[in-house]
Design a protein around this ligand. Structure first.
Ligand code: ZN
Ligand code: ZN
Ligand code: FE
Length: 756
């Protein structure tokens, strides 16, 4: 008895070899019909006997291709037509673009073998790919995912490639990025003036130049990289000078895991992360010997390593035989360069040579950054390889929603049905170029996903550019979401929590509705509302933006608050490095309340302590002082400092006793590593103590930890088990960053609850 079914498969099913997989499956069971990409995902019509159809359906659900994620399978019976053959049919373009887009996939092992096989026709071809690997999101102009909708459209396949594409037994059957040296993109080596360097093999020539100390700009998947020899201190100092990047660590790339193992400690999870198809930068603990050049990551106990994700990077790494610095191609604070016309202009002053190619990048996308914490994976920057994979929510969006994110580490989020599409990392919205990138990204996602937002969420900060952007939109409902509520809602959304929960939101600065800047917050939150139950005692800081760049200002404020005196009067060791005249001016400003703001920020408390113990008075990038303090903290210390909790409404966590003790110990020459550890331990106890009190008053057992401070592994590794020991269930963001890169997701789900 013949049966026929119409099967619509939704999820990440395009660009991951799904149609060839369905074709092979249907052939195995001798079924007729067809498969095609439509704008809802993959549509299958399949016909045969019932037993074979049952097996087909089971295998479809249970053993999809490795990079596919099936979210829904809708199966309807149809009258049989007597189809005996199965085919891959042309794509349909529909109205409903209800589909997810595959992230870029790192080059697979099968392609790598061919890349380095002198007998293969794609030997050393830098754009080798197949149905299981290659660029996806960054080359996509529109859905459905077909070659004609990507930047590969400019390269018609040669006869040989075409054969592979149509051969069901070939692993490049229907591989949309299929190409070879004869028909596909090609690399060129150029000088900063745009003239081509005439060489037979541009990659090996570039590798020679890098070995000799040159700085190379390299066109990657989602933008340009700047690269040089990671063992060459002079080259790295030159790169820092030209890029105007003082101390912020550079990422590194190595050809293989064993190279990374020479420099860093690795466990199995970290090895797996490095080798995952996302190929993120993984932060790894440094070994004492041997080391890369000191200027790679001054003052850090971690290095950020990644393995090559494109065949072009694989070739370059193999040809240099060196670990390389691999940092984003930009001048500090600008977004990464991804258009060829910008590359010469903006990178020509930094790079000695440029290794470029003629496949254009459609979507700008940085490298992702992750960190392993025990069994837990923390994503610090979510971009290449992860975006635009959606977060699946338990409660659907009632209307198409756009969330504009935060000012720093901006991402945006578009929501539809149960899917929240958190964008790739855009950057800090304080340059004109980044603001353009922000607007471009919103438009790109809207077009790709077919989302027309009628609800728009933004951060409450009156000066934030994302708020101004939201204000400029017409005919949409606009909803302001408090920064720390968004942090907690983001974590709740990821775990399908409805609340109320205890939300511990610790970060740098976020605008509070009382006009002060918050950042050390204990909220009782559900998705619609929150209540500020407790926070760190607020202090006054002087100097706006500079209060963040210069941790000594925070030290001055916290010491004045705790001791009623100043660090210079106390003769704090190391304080002589702080300009006495500037310090006097700041004291004056604080006394007169000129250009000051009040804040309960946890980040600024870290700044103050880093300066008091003498490890960081000036920061050249966001979070530097906190990172230095974490890096300094000794393991195996159980001691802590005293603190108090004031029974005000909300409760105040009063750290004045901690500051007092720290100042005393710093003056008596106590070791910084010991002081740093004791300070961290004090915070752990404060969090546990407040949560216990809130459980008594509110009866809550679920705790969400969110905000940039929770990138601190020393804290996380101690807070989580202690809370669990007391019977709390603890949630930490895993799919999205705990820092401001995750804010947009929280804004979107809050807006969904409170919109009309
Ligand atoms: Zn492949
Ligand atoms: Zn070809
Ligand atoms: Fe934040």
């Amino acid at each position: 008895m013949q049966k026929r079914y119409r099967i619509q498969v939704e999820g990440i099913v395009q660009g991951v070899g799904f149609r060839p997989f369905v074709y092979a499956l249907a052939s195995t069971y001798h079924l007729g019909g067809f498969v095609l990409n439509n704008s809802a995902g993959v549509l299958i019509e399949v016909e045969g006997d019932q037993q074979a159809l049952t097996c087909f359906l089971r295998k479809l659900r249970e053993q999809p291709p490795p990079h596919a994620t099936i979210q829904r399978v809708i199966c309807d019976p149809l009258p049989p037509r007597g189809d005996g053959r199965f085919a891959i049919a042309a794509s349909q373009e529909g109205e409903e673009r209800d589909m997810s887009i595959a992230p870029d996939l790192a080059v697979c092992d099968a392609c790598l073998r061919e890349l380095f096989d002198p007998t293969d026709r794609r030997y050393r071809y830098p754009f080798i790919s197949c149905t299981n690997c290659g660029p996806r999101f960054t080359i996509l102009r529109m859905v459905p995912y077909d070659r004609g909708h990507t930047t590969m459209a400019a390269f018609p396949m040669c006869w040989h490639c075409e054969q592979e594409y149509h051969d069901p037994t070939n692993r490049r059957f229907h591989a949309q990025t299929n190409a070879c040296a004869r028909c596909g993109p090609a690399v060129r080596l150029v000088k900063p003036d745009g003239s081509e360097v005439p060489v037979r093999d541009p990659v090996s020539a570039a590798a020679q130049l890098v070995r000799a100390g040159a700085i190379l700009a390299l066109k990657g998947l989602g933008g340009y990289h700047l690269t040089c020899n990671a063992l060459d201190e002079d080259a790295i100092l030159t790169l820092r000078r030209r890029k105007k990047r003082e101390e912020k660590p550079f990422a590194l790339m190595a050809a293989a895991i064993h190279v990374i193992e020479q420099f860093c400690h690795l466990n199995d999870q970290e090895r797996a992360l490095l080798q995952s198809p996302q190929r993120p930068i993984v932060l790894l603990r440094k070994k004492d010997h041997p080391t890369v050049a000191p200027s790679v990551a001054p003052g850090q106990n971690c290095l950020g390593w990644m393995l090559p994700s494109t065949p072009l990077h694989c070739l370059l790494l193999a040809d240099t035989g060196l670990p390389l610095v691999m940092t984003s191609g930009n001048v500090s604070a600008e977004p990464i360069v991804y258009r060829d016309e910008d590359a010469l202009q903006r990178l020509g002053g930094i790079a000695d040579y440029l290794l470029v190619h003629d496949r254009s990048i459609q979507v700008r996308c940085d490298d992702s950054v992750v960190r392993q914490c025990g069994e837990r994976e923390l994503i610090l920057r979510r971009a290449r390889g992860y975006a635009p994979r959606p977060v699946l929510l338990s409660r659907p969006f009632r209307r198409h929603t756009l969330a504009c994110g935060a000012h720093l580490k901006n991402t945006v989020c578009l929501g539809r049905d149960r899917q929240a599409f958190l964008s790739h990392h855009i950057g800090d919205l304080d340059s004109y170029d980044t603001l353009n990138a922000f607007v471009d990204t919103i438009e790109q996602y809207k077009a790709l996903l077919g989302i027309q937002p009628s609800v728009v969420a933004y951060d409450l900060h009156p000066d934030s550019l994302s708020r101004k952007y939201a204000a400029s939109l017409q005919g949409v409902e606009k909803i302001g979401v408090q920064h720390h509520h968004a942090h907690i809602a983001s974590c709740m959304a990821e775990y399908g929590l409805e609340g109320p929960v205890i939300g511990v939101a610790f970060d740098g600065l976020g605008y509070g509705p009382d006009g002060t800047l918050w950042g050390g917050e204990f909220l009782i939150a559900d998705l619609a509302t929150y209540h500020r139950a407790a926070h760190f005692r607020s202090v006054s800081l002087a100097g706006g933006e500079r209060a963040v760049r210069e941790p000594w200002r925070a030290a001055l404020s916290y010491i004045a608050d705790a001791l009623g005196t100043t660090p210079s009067a106390l003769e704090l060791p190391g304080w002589q490095r702080v300009d006495a005249r500037k310090a006097a001016l700041v004291e004056h400003m604080l006394a007169r309340n000129v250009n000051t703001f009040r804040t309960s920020s946890c980040g600024r408390l870290f700044d103050a302590v880093a300066s008091i113990v003498g490890i960081c008075h000036e920061a050249t990038f966001e979070g530097q002082a906190a990172m230095a303090l974490e890096a300094a903290a000794w393991d195996g210390i159980a001691d802590e400092y005293p603190f108090a909790i004031e029974n005000t409404e909300p409760w105040h966590v009063d750290m004045r006793p901690t500051i007092e003790a720290l100042v005393r110990e710093a003056r008596s020459g106590c070791e910084t590593g010991l002081m740093a550890a004791k300070f961290h331990n004090t915070l752990v106890s404060a969090v546990v103590e407040i949560c216990l009190r809130l459980r008594k008053t509110e009866g809550l057992r679920q705790v969400c930890l969110s905000g940039g401070t929770w990138q601190n592994i020393y804290l996380l590794e101690r807070v989580v088990p202690r809370l669990q020991h007391h019977g709390f269930t603890v949630f930490v963001p895993a799919q999205v960053p705990p820092n401001d890169g995750g804010i947009a997701l929280g804004q979107a789900v809050v807006a969904n609850m409170v919109s009309e």
